[in-house]
Structures are given as C-alpha cells and as structure tokens.
Write a protein that binds this ligand. Sequence first.
Ligand SMILES: [Fe+2]
Ligand SMILES: [Fe+2]
Length: 168
Amino acid sequence: MMFGRILQFFRAVTAKVSVDDGKYISAHLNAEEQKIFFAMSVADQAHSLRTAYTIERLVIEDKRGVDKEFLIRCALLHDVGRKAGDLTIRGKIFAVLVTTFAPRFAERLELNGNRALYVYHHHAELGAQKLQRLGLFKEAKIVAKHHAPPKPNDPPELKLLRMADNEN
Ligand SMILES: [Fe+2]
Ligand SMILES: [Fe+2]
C-alpha cells in the first residue's frame, strides 16, 4: 500500500502525455470533453490514460458484455473533478498525508475551507457535476460513485472502473 503510494507520487512528478496518447484522447473524447480532460494536471491526465488502457485489457477479460467505448470515456473522465490548480501535486501530497495520519485534523481543516482537502475528498461528485453540465448523465452516474464503498449490486462498469483506477 505504502509502496503503491510512493509509486503514484513518482509517476505524478515524471508524468507526460505522448503524441499517441493525444491521438487516443481525440479518438474517444469530443472537443468539450477534451477541454475538461486537459484542465486536469498532467499527472492526472497520465493517470486517467493509464486507467483507460487498463480498462481496454479488463474488458477483453470480462465476459459480461459491457460497453467498452462508454467505459473508456468514463476512465478518461473519472477524475475531471480534480482540476489543475484546485489540486496541485503539493496539495495532493498534503491531503494524502494529513488524511492518513491525522484524519480528525483533516476533517477540521476541510470544514474550515481547505480547498485541497475538499477537492481531494469530493472530486468524484465535482467531476460528475461537470459531466452533467455537458449532458453526459450516464458517465456522471458512474464517475460520482468511483470512490464510494463497493456494493454487491454495483453495475459491472463501476466495478471495472474501480479495478482499473486502483491499478493506476
Ligand atoms: Fe478519483
Ligand atoms: Fe483515479
């Protein structure tokens, strides 16, 4: 778990988006969707791309006949609530540390208006609201729940998105 976190930070500071990634993004997202995608930090863009590439693999293994194109869009857009500037790498490190080691203190800071903690904890709902504004109601429903505690009757799309997200 701790190693995974360290790997995440390492990836976050070395992240980049390649030409092929750019082609992949324009193949799956329209202009409006690309706008909210590129409003994320490069680290979150790279994370969302890796999540989508993992989805491609999981969908092949999954036999439930889920809508692959829909899931790729969900993966690319699942963290759009984390807009760059609202959640910097420094802000995210701070949010992870204080939430892990001083959860009550984190709660108090958030109630007192700490933006990094608020975005860190509520980016799923914030992202879903952005998607709703673009009329992407189906995607919004999945994205809103990507950090919610898993339930047995969760749709397969949500389960796959969570698996892919956790791997990346
Ligand atoms: Fe997330
Ligand atoms: Fe994520």
